[in-house]
Design a protein around this ligand. Structure first.
Ligand code: PLP
Length: 440
């Protein structure tokens, strides 16, 4: 009898204790967590304020089913998120995948409430990851995550603006954002009357390692959605609540979505809670339409998980962590760019705030990716792990299986000393990986 893990032939070290940016094994080994787990632990591990809030709420009321009761922590969390971010209603689920499912179902409900039930399609981008449930994975284009999932209900068709290897074959300086024109072309081709929403990650995360949209992109996508009566869903599960140096990544372009998905930044890794925020327009269509919102799960709006998220929010606000992510992120950028100068294996450094991607290349002149079978990203992650550093792999974005990168996304509240230690260990891991890969 055993517990299923990703690689069944590997022995995983046991995480015994974790504090701040460090994870400790039961044999005394120590890892510096430069990936915040899975880009979740924005305030670091084991924060006493969150631990206390969880214990207190568990003692006071550990469960309240949403069809029977309201509960204070979930009400308060909804109020705080909506008033702080300019939205009208919130709903909480357990995972980012469920937040994406809730967002798309809410978009369809919005159009039904508006008397347009034929608007049912949701368009998504080819290079994307929106989750692992059947619906959210169907919207995700990331091939390595789709390949073993069997037939899915759909396939993304929109181009992702990945300027380092433009999917339209353009030069990003002179391209006139043809990738946005393609979104409009597909809306018209499908018939806007059949389309409920478009879902995008404002900054492409797990599937592409911090791919930033080109200047003007988000504004233009918003404009297309408005002109064609299509809702815009921003999947900010990975980018939301401070990670990129703003509360929401869409704020870098001063653009609002109609529905926002939150996850990792909301729970900071403490308890499973994710959620969606609805604009006034979307909320009011439901409130003054059927006034019924029936989707949800046993643990939706869970009081203990909401208490944890409120406590995370306390820390994000009290320590002004989005702003800190912005300033520490600039330092991290400088240090990563220095590493790229010293290590030919790094072809691109991209990102913002405390979300950075290093793309690995087999040739520093042509930027050719490594052959997929070399598993360059996995190798770098494994070497870093051996050296006591946790980073996050991303591969399969260049052409089906090719393309390798790693994500560096430490907790937002690390000190400069910790940042130096991350860069030092990363440099050693790059040296070793470069030797292995170029020597092969
Ligand atoms: N959306 C985005 C942008 C993500 O990065 C992820 C996970 O990496 C998800 C959704 C799915 O979240 P979860 O793993 O919590 O289901």
């Amino acid at each position: 009898m055993t517990l299923l893990k990703p690689n069944l032939s590997r022995d995983y070290p046991k995480a015994h204790r974790a504090q701040g940016a460090y994870v400790y094994g039961d044999d005394g080994s120590e890892w510096l967590d430069a990936a915040s787990g899975a880009i979740a632990c924005t305030i670091g591990h084991g924060h006493p304020h969150v631990v206390q809030a969880i214990a207190e709420q568990a003692q006071a009321c550990s469960f309240a089913y949403r069809t029977q009761f309201a509960n204070d922590p979930a009400e308060r969390l909804a109020q705080r998120l909506c008033s702080g971010l300019g939205y009208e209603a919130a709903f909480f689920v357990n995972s980012g995948s469920e937040a994406v499912e809730a967002a798309t179902r809410t978009a369809l409900q919005f159009w039904r409430e508006r008397g347009r039930p034929e608007k049912v399609k949701v368009l998504s981008r080819r290079l994307s990851y929106h989750g692992s449930t059947a619906g959210s994975l169907a919207l995700s284009g990331h091939w390595p995550r789709r390949r073993d999932a069997g037939p899915l209900f759909g396939e993304p068709t929109l181009p992702t603006p990945y300027c380092f290897r433009c999917p339209m074959g353009n030069n990003p300086v002179s391209c006139k954002l043809q990738c946005v024109q393609e979104i409009e072309r597909q809306i018209v081709q499908n018939g806007a009357e059949s389309i409920a929403a478009i879902i995008i990650e404002p900054i492409t995360g797990a599937s592409g390692a911090a791919i930033l949209p080109p200047k003007g992109y988000l504004e233009k996508v918003r404009d297309i959605c408005d002109r064609h009566d299509v809702l815009l869903i921003a999947d900010e599960v990975l980018t939301g609540l401070g990670r990129t140096g703003k509360w929401l990544a869409m704020q870098h372009a001063d653009v609002s979505a109609d529905i926002v998905c939150l996850g990792k930044g909301l729970n900071a890794g403490y308890l499973p809670i994710s959620g969606i925020l609805l604009s006034k327009q979307v909320y009011e269509a439901i409130r003054f339409g059927s006034a019924r919102y029936s989707l949800g799960h046993t643990h939706s709006n869970h009081p203990v998980a909401a208490a944890a998220a409120n406590a995370v929010l306390d820390i994000l606000v009290a320590e002004n962590l989005p702003a800190r992510a912005e300033s520490m992120g600039r330092l991290l950028q400088t240090r990563l760019e220095e590493l790229a100068t010293d290590h030919a294996i790094v072809g691109d450094v991209r990102g913002t705030g405390m979300l950075w991607g290093l793309e690995l290349v087999s040739n520093p002149i042509t930027y050719d990716p490594f052959p997929a079978q070399l598993m360059a990203a996995e190798r770098l992650v494994a070497n870093a792990f051996e050296l006591g550093l946790i980073i996050y792999p991303s591969s399969g974005f260049a052409d089906k299986l090719g393309g390798d990168a790693v994500i560096i996304a430490p907790p937002l509240n690390i000190s400069e000393d910790v940042l130096d230690a991350i860069v030092h260990r990363l440099g050693a891991a790059l040296t070793q990986t470069g030797r292995e890969l170029y020597g092969l």
